[in-house]
Design a protein around this ligand. Structure first.
Ligand SMILES: Cc1ncc(COP(=O)(O)O)c(C=O)c1O
Length: 448
């Protein structure tokens, strides 16, 4: 494979035929891109390259929404799954050596002074729900604070913390006790434009709600944050924010939940994104996606005293900690460590960001480029002065697919081109992706 390589215009004839059948059988709510032209029928994939049923080869800069940090079908992960499948592939939630080894490894990666315990799930949303339940039981309090633009999963228990209104509409009442405060988003920060204003203003704002008995909030169990907001537009919280938030939580006896589902496992240049700040130890860390290199597995790692406040068997399920996924997890983590993927994410991220910066010089619609490691974004605006959002990310991503590139349309205002390539991506692949984005921005500006 050598991407991008479009043998036929996308969607090709086999893709069209399969999409027609897909439309008949699968509800569009089940497909993340809906039944739009950017739906690709994938045949095989390797590293950062994906081949469809028509032989078109795409560059995948979405990485299965961040679940493939070591790339598609990494040989060591494939081998580990094959070997495990021949021995034992389902142990319910009973113990097994492979599960135990993964538990020990993940807890050591989270680190910190306090002893920790792990609870497994099958999806990120499930692990988020586990964290919320643990926090409620351990504190005896009900309310949880999330951030604007947040994304923590689509299950009913995670949905109250979804920033995007359209995802919550039509459902009626959700689990009560959820609050949203502004994400520390320097480019669109209500408290001033410098990162420092953003940190101080956001913390002061949250503190006002916590300390004022007439603020409208009740008893807060936990504050949950993505250290780099992913779906919201690849927004790294300014350095210093997590420490300030940790201290705020300590002052008010509130638990600190870090959602590392997308940012975890070397993606941002550290094993977990909160580790960019010295001495920040979350009470609960939620993870999924690249935990197991793309197989269904998630986890919530909690301080032991918090984990042990929940009764036996209350946070498990048939597939929680599935042994195939655990084997994939151990192999994936070995790849992240042996191939120094955290360092690589930092290096390649720096290179990619520089190239995006050059695009910003040529295209006035690019208001800001930003990111941490290989969670990167170009935010589009109709006016650089007013920063008026230009909500054309979906259109741009559909144009990108036709040219052989997957990118993620995100952002609070659907105006962000987000990039999350597998960390094994090389400079030539980044060049190719940047070239395609350059063409798209040119075509969009010609269209007006
Ligand atoms: C930060 C974050 N948390 C939670 C989730 C939910 O994970 P899942 O789709 O596995 O339920 C996602 C998914 O994109 C995510 O980005």
């Amino acid at each position: 494979m050598k991407a991008p390589q479009m043998r036929v215009p996308h969607p090709g004839p086999k893709t069209r035929e399969q999409l027609e059948r897909l439309g008949r059988y699968e509800a569009k709510a089940g497909l993340s891109s809906g039944m739009t032209p950017d739906t690709v029928m994938i045949e095989r994939a390797l590293g950062a390259e994906v081949e469809d049923v028509d032989g078109n080869v795409f560059l995948d800069f979405v990485s299965g929404f961040g679940s493939l940090n070591a790339g598609h079908c990494h040989p060591r992960v494939v081998e580990a799954v094959r070997e495990q499948a021949g021995k034992l592939h389902q142990a319910m939630s009973l113990g097994s050596k492979v599960r135990l080894d993964l538990e020990e490894k993940v807890i050591s990666l989270v680190g910190g002074a306090a002893p920790k315990k792990i609870l497994f799930g099958a999806s990120g949303g499930e692990a988020v729900e586990t964290a919320i339940k643990l926090a409620r039981r351990a504190t005896g309090r009900q309310e949880i604070v999330g951030f604007t633009g947040g994304f923590h999963g689509r299950s009913l228990g995670a949905l109250p913390f979804m920033g995007r209104k359209s995802q919550r509409e039509g459902l009626g009442a959700l689990v009560p006790g959820a609050h949203h405060v502004p994400y520390p988003y320097p480019y669109r920060n209500p408290f001033g434009r410098s990162p420092n204003d953003c940190v101080e203003g956001t913390i002061a704002y949250i503190e006002e709600f916590l300390k004022n008995p007439a603020s409208g909030w009740g008893e807060v169990a936990a504050i949950m944050i993505e250290p780099v907001q992913g779906n919201g537009g690849m927004i790294p919280a300014p350095l210093g924010f997590l420490r300030a938030l940790r201290e705020l939580c300590d002052r008010y006896g509130v638990l600190f939940i870090c959602d590392e589902v997308m940012s975890g496992f070397a993606r941002t240049g550290r094993m977990f994104a909160y580790q960019h700040e010295e001495g920040v130890e979350p009470d609960l860390v939620v993870m999924g996606k690249s935990l197991s290199g793309g197989l269904p597995l998630s986890a919530c790692v909690a301080k032991s005293e918090i984990a042990d406040a929940s009764p036996p068997g209350s946070e498990t399920g048939t597939y929680a900690g599935n042994v195939l996924s655990c084997a994939a997890g151990l192999a994936s983590i070995a790849v992240y460590e042996d191939e120094n993927l955290a360092d690589r994410a930092e290096r390649m991220g720096g290179y990619f960001l520089e190239r995006l910066g050059e695009l910003a010089e040529r295209h006035p619609v690019v208001g800001e480029v930003r990111g941490r490691g290989l969670m990167l974004a170009a935010e589009l605006v109709s006016d650089r002065q007013t920063r008026e959002p230009l909500p054309i990310a979906k259109e741009a991503s559909e144009m990108a697919v036709k040219k052989g590139l997957f990118l993620y349309p995100g952002g609070h205002y659907k105006n962000v081109l987000a990039f999350m390539p597998p960390i094994v991506t090389d400079e030539a692949q980044i060049e190719a992706a940047v070239g395609i984005v350059d063409e798209i921005l040119l075509e969009l500006s010609e269209k007006g």
